[in-house]
Design a protein around this ligand. Structure first.
Ligand SMILES: Cc1cc2nc3c(=O)[nH]c(=O)nc-3n(C[C@H](O)[C@H](O)[C@H](O)COP(=O)(O)OP(=O)(O)OC[C@H]3O[C@@H](n4cnc5c(N)ncnc54)[C@H](O)[C@@H]3O)c2cc1C
Length: 315
């Protein structure tokens, strides 16, 4: 049996949920606090009416979910992509039927308290951590895991552990403007994926050809880190139009692009760490810190980091 009974995890992305899964399996009573409406974080699916878009993480590295409850959700994805039209090797795995299915599987059986924005942690006289929202304190926990992007972790940790906060503060993140666009008729484009490092439109992916998705001409368009940083404070409408314009000049250059039925954009202010730390997780007293900025980045790194944090607390 572990030396502690309760744990609170801040952040219901894959890092926090993977940590929760392993702590629960060891008999710990775990609560995950999440500021948004549900679990998933950047492994996200946006609903626009009846249309669904995987607008965060696009595909998983091989084995990213191995050893977790979400492993059974994945299917290989073999798109027709720019410069690689005859490729038969999968580009990666994707959870089915949506990207957020992986997080939902990880969250199965875990208590996730959504719409709960945790405030910066404070030290208690007994060495523990005081958890609170703007409305007041949350139930005490023997251990606290911070599983959010580094810039947000730095804020949560600034009072309770300046060294952990400094480590988090030093990890920069790239932004990513993402447009979601749908047409009410097929465009019959030559590719499902535009994968163009160096282009302002660094990535575009048709949604319907992804495994298990519903039909319909829907695309996710993602801007490069440099373009996103330059246009960080643009209005969403303006970012969406700029990405659609670039799409029209590249992927859809051979067709007369009709007016879309839907065009919207989401700004990921903290999309991916540009330089993750080599440590899998950080610990100090009752605290552990996890996330994609530890453990190598991406979904695979985030899960490895969450599991390493659980193992460190249990050891
Ligand atoms: C556009 C884009 C494309 C990507 N493409 C890929 C890809 O193709 N392949 C890949 O492997 N990875 C990709 N990634 C990266 C991948 O999505 C992340 O590395 C991974 O999902 C990070 O998981 P995490 O649990 O560390 O953090 P997150 O998913 O960010 O989870 C942290 C959670 O904490 C919550 N939170 C933050 N602060 C608080 C607070 N104070 N109180 C309560 N809750 C809080 C947030 O709402 C969030 O849900 C992409 C990311 C983006 C944005």
């Amino acid at each position: 049996m572990p030396e502690f009974e309760t744990a609170a995890i801040i952040g219901a992305g894959v890092a926090g949920l993977a940590c929760a899964q392993d702590l629960r399996a060891a008999g710990v009573d775990v609560v995950v606090y999440e500021k948004s409406r549900g679990p998933g974080g950047r492994t996200a699916t946006r609903r626009e009416g009846s249309l669904r878009f995987d607008h965060g993480a696009q595909h998983l590295d091989p084995g990213a979910l191995d050893g977790t409850r979400a492993a059974a959700t994945v299917a290989a994805w073999r798109p027709r992509r720019t410069g690689d039209l005859r490729a038969t090797a999968p580009l990666g795995d994707v959870p089915v039927p949506t990207m957020s299915a992986a997080a939902r599987a990880l969250a199965d059986g875990v208590t996730v308290t959504a719409r709960t924005l945790v405030q910066p942690l404070r030290a208690l006289a007994d060495g523990g951590a005081l958890l609170a929202t703007a409305d007041g304190p949350l139930p005490p926990a023997d251990r606290v895991v911070v599983a959010v992007p580094a810039p947000q972790a730095a804020v949560l940790l600034q009072h309770i552990s300046p060294p952990l906060a400094a480590a988090a503060f030093a990890v920069p993140y790239d932004p990513c403007w993402t447009a979601m666009v749908a047409w009410d008729r097929a465009l019959n484009l030559p590719v499902d994926v535009h994968d163009a490092p160096g282009d302002d439109l660094v990535w575009a992916a048709a949604q319907a050809p992804r495994p298990g998705r519903e039909p319909g001409e829907r695309w996710v368009l993602q801007a490069s880190a440099a373009w996103s940083a330059e246009h960080l404070e643009d209005a969403p409408e303006s970012a969406a139009l700029a990405l659609l314009d670039r799409f029209a000049g590249t992927v859809a250059a051979a067709v007369d692009l009709p007016q879309p039925a839907l065009l919207t954009a989401h700004r990921w202010r903290y999309a991916e760490p540009s330089a993750p730390l080599p440590e899998r997780c950080l610990t100090a007293g009752p605290l552990a810190v996890a996330g994609d900025w530890l453990g190598g980045g991406r979904v695979a790194g985030a899960i490895a980091s969450g599991r390493a944090a659980a193992a460190a607390l249990l050891s």
